[in-house]
Ligand binder design. Structure first.
Ligand SMILES: Cc1cc2nc3c(=O)[nH]c(=O)nc-3n(C[C@H](O)[C@H](O)[C@H](O)COP(=O)(O)OP(=O)(O)OC[C@H]3O[C@@H](n4cnc5c(N)ncnc54)[C@H](O)[C@@H]3O)c2cc1C
Length: 151
């Protein structure tokens, strides 16, 4: 698992109709660094399991198996067997620059009265499970919404 991938995907609305599914291009392994890390990581995993103290636990390597030898083989295995861990985030990134969708108080820039409170505002991908961070975003947003309402 590449916990800090450099590849970035895109998701775009394709229609003003809300029930039309958006176009989603994850773009996995687009960046050379991600390909390198994934290939090296799998090679290290094989190396660890090949060590003598692991003999009692290991029989044969089933996947990708002994025919996987070159970096190209490993990458091919990653491309055909890799899975997302469903940590989609950052599609409405929070920030202060021109390209940020939400401001640091989670308000949608350019539209009055609308905040975004979910994983989409994360400016960067976390290197781990993201649900706890979503809860924290929600708690923080609640405080900001209540503070605004009290003014
Ligand atoms: C299979 C799977 C396993 C996962 N496992 C883990 C894990 O082990 N640990 C971890 O930390 N994270 C895990 N995640 C990731 C985590 O669940 C999500 O990142 C997190 O739930 C995102 O929260 P969110 O509020 O951004 O979006 P969501 O939780 O998707 O919430 C979006 C909400 O909006 C509602 N909605 C959508 N459209 C509309 C609409 N038009 N009008 C009104 N409501 C709408 C949806 O019904 C939904 O309730 C997993 C995700 C998946 C899919």
């Amino acid at each position: 698992m590449q916990l800090r991938p450099q590849s970035r995907g895109v998701i775009h609305a394709v229609s003003p109709e809300p029930f039309v599914a958006p176009s989603n291009r994850p773009n996995f392994l687009a960046e050379e660094e991600d390909r390198r890390v994934i290939v090296e990581g799998m090679k290290i995993a094989r190396h660890i399991v090949e060590q003598a103290p692991m003999d009692v636990f290991r029989d044969m390597e089933m996947n990708p198996g002994p025919n996987c030898c070159t970096d190209a083989d490993w990458l091919d295995f990653a491309r055909s067997n890799g899975q997302t861990i469903y940590h989609i985030c950052g599609t409405c990134r929070m920030g202060t620059d021109e390209k940020a969708v939400a401001d640091p108080t989670l308000k949608l820039r350019g539209i009055e009265g609308l905040r975004i409170v979910d994983a989409s505002i994360m400016p960067k991908m976390l290197s781990g499970n993201i649900q706890a961070a979503v809860f924290i975003i929600a708690e923080k947003a609640t405080d900001m919404i209540l503070a605004d309402a009290a003014r």
